[in-house]
Ligand binder design. Sequence first.
Ligand code: VG1
Ligand code: CO
Length: 602
Amino acid sequence: MATLSLRLHNLLSSKFTYKTPQLSLSSSSSSHVALFPFLTSPQLRLRTSHSLSIKASSSSSSSSSSSSSSSPTTIAQPQGIKIKSIPTKPIEGQKTGTSGLRKKVKVFKQENYLANWIQALFNSLPPEDYKNGVLVLGGDGRYFNREAAQANGGFIMSASHNPGGPDYDWGIKFNYSSGQPAPESITDKIYGNTLSISEIKVADIADVDLSRLGVTKFGDFTVEVVDPVSDYLELLESVFDFKLIKSLLSRSDFRFIFDAMHAVTGAYAKPIFVDKLGANPDSIANGVPLENFGHGHPDPNLTYAKDLVNILYSENGPDFGAASDGDGDRNMILGRSFFVTPSDSVAIIAANAQQAIPYFQSGPKGLARSMPTSGALDRVAEKLSLPFFEVPTGWKFFGNLMDAGKLSICGEESFGTGSDHIREKDGIWAVLAWLSIIAYRNKDKKPGEKLISVADVVKEHWATYGRNFFSRYDYEECESEGANKMIDYLRDLISKSKPGDKYGNYVLQVADDFTYTDPVDSSVASKQGVRFVFTDGSRIIFRLSGTGSAGATIRVYIEQFEPDASKHDVDAQIALKPLIDLALSVSKLKDFTGREKPTVIT
Ligand code: VG1
Ligand code: CO
């Protein structure tokens, strides 16, 4: 097994890169064998003045974890490192998708599989990045994190919301210098290098004890295990008004529940929601991170977070519910018997941010969404006269806009919401943003007075801006051939279509395959989704997922705007039925895939 190489010369100094929950790495208080459940979820921080790769031998670690460290302690200081060269051969299929490389654990366990990719990555980086480099390594605690951490300088060891365990998925995401997911210019280079790789550089050093916070020195290369929870908490305290949120969470007439789905935010939930913000200790569900997420699918949506949904929709359910995914970057927001779509969520956060969240007290700089995300955010940008951007699916497209000071709040329909406090979507941030809004709206309510609920806030927003009905149909693990043929067919169809064409009751305004030109560096991303936009603003969009680990997943996005408040209470599936039927017939989805029904509807 494999390598670790280092870079990211400015990662430590770059603002908050290493403070996100998805960067945390699990560890145990007892022995190296049982790394889970973890108490401190430390991260690794690696520094070097050389370009090098390290290999961990199979030595073990077994000591107890300590509490958060202010001044790091030196655990070991062996001699300089011997670097070995190991011959290897290219392995096919190591192309990064929407966010990282995701495959079945069995695939990653093949000889040199991960090592090849990591080495290809370092072969892709400019040499100046190697000098005095700092690399941050973290994971979501899923199965295979433990081995990979010792063997590789991977970056975020997660397949995000994909299920975990020996028979399921593992993944690795690489985030670049200011913390944003690596742009395509880098991931394309990495892929190219995986096809020509012939050598892996491996350093011969012992495993690092991940269960202890502190510094291990290997010559002039150091590894520091850090506690990311305290760093992250400190950042959040600078963003939100914790006193305001605490005033809500400690009310006896407000009941809150957070479902960590046995994933990484379990390590953050108690310190943040309970210890800091005064939530009831019982309000954290599935708070113990597990390597296989308790056999669950750590994807916070109406299908996979069904238990939480049932609790919120039960008689006398709690007032507020939230969940986040495997690596903590997604979020789902629920009120009592009420689901907030992610597209509405980001629009509502943007509309209320200046009042309710100190970080935005001078107003957001700009707003952005991914192309398939509904146009609810566009309306907020228009009303607040803010710069607005529509980017392709995937968080990597927001980073440049943030670095250029053009963007503060953004989101994706896929349960990702965030801001420029970091360069990734951030599930806990979204929950705190919502709690801030609810707290702000109820700050003068006396005990016993009826509180303004999540549903009230959303309905009020619709009354002001109109409602963008939105739904996404996922057809997971289809045969790749049929799925590709369907997309080819749609591309052919749009090339022949023209404005004014009739599609049932809808009149076409434009049909294209979305192309994005980055306003900052002018890079172009094409073929980002086939869309049909109609004259009344309705849209149907088709794209193939870039995060699956088997077969092809087709995503169909359906949106329709309704200005009339008397029609806002209709169920989205009913309101969108004609458009959904149209999407299925236009694409001939059933013929191409044989699928009668989607696997997930959100
Ligand atoms: C999906 C979502 C996309 C998100 C990506 C990574 O990609 O649609 O919006 O950015 O996952 O999220 P795709 O290509 O499968 O549609 V995560 O939480 O899995 O890092
Ligand atoms: Co994720």
